[in-house]
Design a protein around this ligand. Structure first.
Ligand code: BES
Ligand code: ZN
Ligand code: ZN
Length: 467
């Protein structure tokens, strides 16, 4: 419904430029009511309100007065998301009226498009700012954007500067900021505490700051419902002795993308002050080569006592996440979510943009799908198809860490993880790319958080106290 101006605090609008969003039909209606020189200019610019196009209008002094933006009549979170670096530097506001929730999404989309990873290279220029309409929840927008920025930064950071100890440092800093308890079990201590898989998979990475560890953050009151997040924290995945070819290794700094998701969602939950007893578990390792690296054919004893024959050292994620899931299950959370960049097979199934979701509770998964649609944050459900469990059989151990057939690789990986989760716990498993391979409006090339807005929205409605 577009019939009146959205509300802004008038003081904010000083020297801000209005943005008008039009379909081709709406543009021609609007032009009829404009002065001849505007009609001439829009024609001169050949602006027909094509989706993704825009047109700058100047006043009679030649100063920018308005921006016209074309769209297909279906406003989305990404409708304005390409503009922060395309428009002349300045302050803007949306003059067209949309439903409150859509406006809020467009402001978030703008913010996501304004992100650049500028740790090693100055941005080409500053991003334009967009004034938040009164109807939007400014605090919530800020929380979502800052949390996603944090997660993207972590994924984009090279492995040299973000190893297992730096990942722990980031968690300790979060803990300090939000009065959460953070602990870590590192190196040999992992063996003593029964996290053999995390130790053996990560032991080849020698200097002590790169030693394997399990990072554990806890926050919230004991009386509140428990939610536990687990994130795969492989700071670099070379494949280990089953070495990846160079092209497949190139992006493997992003293999801690799951950890970035867990920390980013944790930040959203904590900053929002949700009445949740939150726990974040991050097994953090490097999967690299050394004389003492774990080998194909080795047998590992997992935290729950199950033995696993190593069929491929490149299937390292499920081993370390498996150990963490046993620990997570012991706390009997109401909801257990793991985030992983687990398989190339999930990318073959769904492409790079859609995270694969698995769950032992179909109703829960359907609810998450509904939030995914509502928040325009794609997630797709794949099955925990039990007959494929036999593909993980081993002659020497309880199971192998890879499937006998390469087919259905995302499903066999998820079934492997299911061995470490109690049936009584509602569990969601995500297998995602955590990376924008090509830049799209609102999605700059590089690290990406996928499905998190949908999950945060679900968690917020499920666990908020209703008044
Ligand atoms: N981190 C990779 C999976 C991955 C690759 C995620 C590319 C995103 C993009 C994981 O540790 C891995 O190497 N998995 C193997 C499993 C195989 C050996 C059964 C894979 O997918 O090839
Ligand atoms: Zn791997
Ligand atoms: Zn990996």
């Amino acid at each position: 419904m577009k019939n009146q101006y959205p509300n802004y605090q008038s003081s904010q609008l000083q020297s801000a430029i209005p943005i008008l969003v039009f379909t081709a039909d709406e543009l021609s209606q609007w032009l009829k009511k404009q002065k001849q020189f505007i009609r001439n200019w829009v024609k001169c610019e050949d602006f027909n309100a094509e989706p993704g196009s825009f047109c700058l209008l100047a006043d009679y002094k030649g100063n920018l007065e308005k921006v016209l933006v074309g769209f297909d009549g279906k406003p989305t979170i990404w409708t304005l998301a390409d503009l922060p670096y395309k428009l002349p530097l300045g302050k803007y506001y949306i003059e067209t009226v949309f439903e409150d929730q859509l406006l809020q999404q467009m402001v978030i989309g703008w913010g996501l498009g304004a992100y650049r990873f500028s740790h090693y290279k100055k941005s080409e220029r500053k991003a334009c700012s967009l004034i938040t309409p009164k109807c939007c929840n400014q605090k919530s927008i800020k929380n979502i954007l800052e949390s996603i920025y944090m997660g993207r930064d972590l994924i984009n950071m090279p492995a040299e500067d973000l190893g297992p100890s730096e990942l722990a440092d980031v968690t300790f800093q979060l803990g300090k900021k939000y009065h959460a308890m953070v602990d870590q079990i590192a190196d040999q201590e992992l063996l003593r505490k029964g996290f053999h898989a995390i130790y053996h998979v990560g032991k080849a990475s020698r200097p002590s700051q790169r030693a394997p560890r399990l990072i554990d953050l806890q926050w919230g009151e004991v009386s509140h419902p428990a939610v536990t997040l687990v994130g795969k924290g492989v700071c670099f995945d070379s494949g280990g002795l089953n070495l990846k070819p160079s092209s497949a290794m190139q992006l493997m700094k992003k293999d801690m993308g799951g950890a970035a998701h867990a920390l980013s969602l944790a930040r959203m939950i904590i900053e929002d002050g949700l009445p949740i007893r939150l726990r974040v578990l991050i097994p953090a390792i490097d999967n690299v080569i050394d004389g003492c690296a774990y080998r194909p054919g080795d047998v590992l004893k997992m935290r729950n006592g199950k033995t696993v024959e190593i069929g491929d050292t490149d299937a390292e994620g499920r081993l370390i996440v498996g150990d963490a899931l046993v620990e997570a299950s012991n706390g009997r959370p109401k909801l257990l979510i793991d985030f992983t960049t687990l398989t190339g097979a999930a990318r073959v199934a769904l492409g790079t943009e859609i995270p694969a979701m698995f769950s032992n509770n179909t109703k829960l998964a359907q609810q998450i799908q509904a939030f995914s649609e509502l928040e325009q944050d794609p997630i797709w459900l794949l099955p925990l198809y039990q007959p494929y469990r036999q593909l993980l059989a081993s002659n020497v151990a309880d199971m192998n860490n890879v499937g006998k057939s390469g087919y259905g690789g995302a499903i066999t990986a998820a079934l492997f993880l299911q061995e470490f989760v109690s049936d009584k716990i509602d569990w969601l498993h995500f297998d995602m790319s955590a990376w924008n391979y090509d830049a799209k409006p609102g999605c700059p090339q590089g690290g990406e958080l996928m499905g998190l807005r949908a999950l945060f929205s679900y968690i917020r409605q499920r666990f908020s106290v209703r008044h």
